[in-house]
Design a protein around this ligand. Structure first.
Ligand SMILES: [Zn+2]
Length: 284
C-alpha cells in the first residue's frame, strides 16, 4: 500500500522522537541493481558516504515525503510513494530480512528501509533538495491538509477555479493539496458523495464544503488509528484504519445505500465507487 500523508506523518513523528541525536556509523544498500534501474536511489553512491559521522537533527514530513535532517546541511529524503517499511531495531538485524537501506547508529541501534513499490531514498545537500521530484512537490507552497493554511475558505476558493477533474485536483503533480494518492482519494470522494469524473469547478458550495470535511476527517481518523490497515509503523505496529471505499470494498455492497460497488478505470488507475451515492452529474 502507498504511504500517504497520515502514514508519512506517523513515521516522521516517531523517527523524530526516537532517532534525534543519533550518529550514523555505517550504511549498507541491498537489491541495488533494481533500485538503480528505476532511479530509486542516487546514481552516485558516494553521496551515501556523507551520511557517516552525521547526526540526526530532526525528522519532518510534508505530503508523502520524509526529510531526515542531518547536521552539516545534509539530508536523507525518504519517499515511500507506493509503499515501504521503515523500521527501528534495538540491535543489528537478521541478515535474512529484506531491506534496501540499513543505517547503523553509533549506539548499536539500526534503521532499515524497504521500498515496496516505486519510491526513492536520496541523500542530498540542502542545495540539492529542490532537484528531487517528490521533495519539490511536497515541500512546496501547495497546501497540505494538516497545515494551518488549509482552511475551508482557502480550499473551496482554489477548488472553484480548478477546471480539471476532481482526481487531478486532489492527486498528483497538479493537485491543489499534497499528501493524497489514489487510496485516500477513493475514500474521500465516497465520503463526500462525489463522482471522480466531476470537474472540480462544477461542484456547488455544499459539495465543496463536503469535500473539505471529508479530507479533514480522513486525515484525522487515519492518523488517530495509527495509519491504514496494511501500514506498519516504525516499531512494526500495524495500522487500524480500514478504508470506507477502495479495493477492500470489491464485491461488497455500499454501506450507505446497499447498492453494488463499481470499479472504474480513471486517471491512470482504478477507482472504486458507489454510482448511486456518487453521481456523475451535478446535484440539482
Ligand atoms: Zn451507495
Amino acid at each position: 500500500m502507498s504511504i500517504e500523508l497520515p502514514e508519512a506523518a506517523i513515521l516522521a513523528g516517531q523517527m523524530n522522537q526516537h532517532l534525534r541525536g543519533k550518529r550514523i556509523n555505517s550504511w549498507h544498500l541491498e537489491d541495488l541493481a533494481k533500485l538503480q534501474k528505476s532511479k530509486m536511489v542516487r546514481a552516485d553512491l558516494e553521496a551515501f558516504d556523507r551520511l557517516v559521522g552525521s547526526s540526526i537533527e530532526s525528522v519532518v514530513s510534508r505530503g508523502n515525503t520524509i526529510r531526515v535532517k542531518l547536521n552539516g546541511e545534509y539530508n536523507l529524503i525518504i519517499s515511500p510513494e507506493y509503499g515501504g517499511e521503515i523500521l527501528y531495531h534495538e540491535k543489528k538485524t537478521d541478515r535474512a530480512m529484506k531491506i534496501h537501506l540499513n543505517l547503523e547508529f553509533e549506539d548499536g541501534t539500526v534503521l532499515t528501509i524497504r521500498l515496496k513499490g516505486w519510491g526513492a531514498i536520496y541523500p542530498l545537500t540542502d542545495h540539492e533538495l529542490e532537484k528531487m521530484y517528490t521533495y519539490a512537490r511536497d515541500f512546496s507552497d501547495t497546501m497540505s491538509p494538516d497545515d494551518p493554511a488549509f482552511t475551508r475558505d482557502s480550499f473551496t476558493e482554489i477548488l472553484s477555479k480548478y477546471t480539471k477533474n476532481i482526481k487531478m485536483a486532489l492527486v498528483g503533480k497538479d493537485a491543489i493539496i499534497v499528501g493524497i494518492q489514489n487510496s485516500a482519494f477513493q475514500d474521500i470522494i465516497y465520503r463526500a458523495g462525489i463522482h471522480p469524473k466531476r470537474r472540480a469547478s462544477d461542484l456547488d458550495s455544499n459539495e465543496a464544503n463536503g469535500l473539505f470535511d471529508a479530507i479533514v476527517a480522513l486525515i484525522t481518523e487515519r492518523k488517530a488509528k495509527g495509519g491504514k490497515d496494511q501500514f506498519i509503523d516504525l516499531y512494526g505496529k500495524q495500522g487500524e484504519y480500514v478504508p470506507v471505499m477502495g479495493p477492500n470494498m470489491k464485491d461488497e455492497n455500499c454501506p450507505r445505500c446497499g447498492g453494488s460497488i463499481e470499479k472504474l478505470a480513471h486517471g491512470g488507475g482504478h477507482v472504486y465507487i458507489c454510482s448511486s451515492c456518487q453521481k456523475a452529474d451535478a446535484k440539482t
